[in-house]
Design a protein around this ligand. Structure first.
Ligand code: MEV
Length: 312
């Protein structure tokens, strides 16, 4: 018996980090995917094969003793083995999303992995898969807001907040150019750094959370209106808060300035400390040309409206 599922990567348009503290975020699923296949095996092993590492281990190992990158998949397979009493599971991962770049590779892997593994036994709803995926992600990153797994499950552009999530119907003219710093980051350690900043500067941080909530509210309407110029200004404002909480570095600053000089607005996307920035455009080539001239790889991100796809 085999089961295959696929989930898209993501970018955070607005609200990363502040979403961990309840300010909400606007996220977009992108047209790069991770596909996971799960297979029942007779051998009493959990076997995971991926481009970023492989693992063949006994079931029942404590999660903290499992290689960090593959831990969520091990957790999903091990939990399924215990509930369904089968000997082993083989999990194969194929990815179009670079790892550690803030483009949702970990969350997409958790979502597709949860759907592929649970699909061996039964049909689960998207909300059930999302729940399994967030729990799996928590084995490597306890403080996740759950926003990334939510957009990877549901696709499209969403507003995510404490009250759940809602889809946003954005105008057709939204162009998103994603540029890569080439440096990977650890979301967990950048989030821990922000926590330190917050503890040391509670009033300043709280003021930024309030301002970020206002951005999220305004941006929802601006997306629906397709007002790229105003969205760009909000991206630049959001970027100033990300700079204030210390998640940028010299390379990211240079990239953001290149993006801001050639588009409606630009900012870091995801945890920062490495990874990617994006520029908002109305479809013209100026931002992509400017990033390339600056020596940075970039691509035009298409919006994925499907989210999780289960193939069987
Ligand atoms: C990482 O993609 C987004 C963060 O806001 C963390 C989270 O929301 O879980 C930095």
């Amino acid at each position: 018996m085999k089961s295959t599922a696929s989930a898209p990567g993501k970018i955070i348009l607005f609200g990363e980090h502040f979403v961990v503290y309840g300010s909400g975020a606007i996220l977009c699923a992108i047209d790069r995917r991770i596909t996971v296949t799960a297979e029942e095996t007779m051998e009493k092993k959990i076997h995971i094969i991926s481009e970023i590492g492989s693992l063949k281990a006994e079931p029942g190992i404590p999660a903290c003793d499992v290689d960090c990158i593959l831990r969520p998949l091990y957790h999903l397979a091990d939990t399924a083995l215990r509930s369904h009493g089968i000997p082993g599971i083989k999990v194969t991962v194929k990815s179009e999303i670079p790892a550690g770049m803030g483009l949702g590779s970990s969350s997409a892997c958790c979502v597709a992995g949860a759907a592929a593994v649970s699909g061996l036994f039964s049909d689960y709803s998207r909300e059930e898969i999302l729940h399994l995926a967030v729990n799996a992600e928590r084995t490597i990153f306890q403080d996740t807001s759950g926003a990334d797994c939510t957009v990877c499950t549901h696709g499209g552009i969403i507003r995510y907040g404490g009250d759940g999530h809602e889809k946003i119907d954005a105008g057709q003219n939204l162009g998103i150019i994603v540029a890569s710093s080439g440096a990977t980051h650890s979301t967990k350690s950048v989030v821990a750094k922000v926590k330190k900043f917050r503890n040391a500067n509670p009033a300043e941080f709280s003021g930024m959370c309030d301002a970020e909530s206002d951005i999220i509210r305004d941006v929802k309407e601006l997306l629906e209106q397709g007002d790229i110029a105003q969205l760009g200004k909000k991206a630049n404002q959001n970027q100033r808060y990300l700079e204030a909480i210390g998640v940028t570095n010299q390379t990211l600053q240079e990239m953001v300035r290149i993006g801001q000089g050639a588009s409606a607005g630009a900012k870091i996307t995801g945890a920062g400390g490495g990874g990617c920035v994006f520029a908002l455009t109305d479809g013209g080539p100026a931002a992509a040309d400017a990033f390339r001239e600056g020596g940075y790889e970039c691509f035009a991100a298409g919006i994925d409206s499907d989210g999780l796809i289960v193939f069987n």
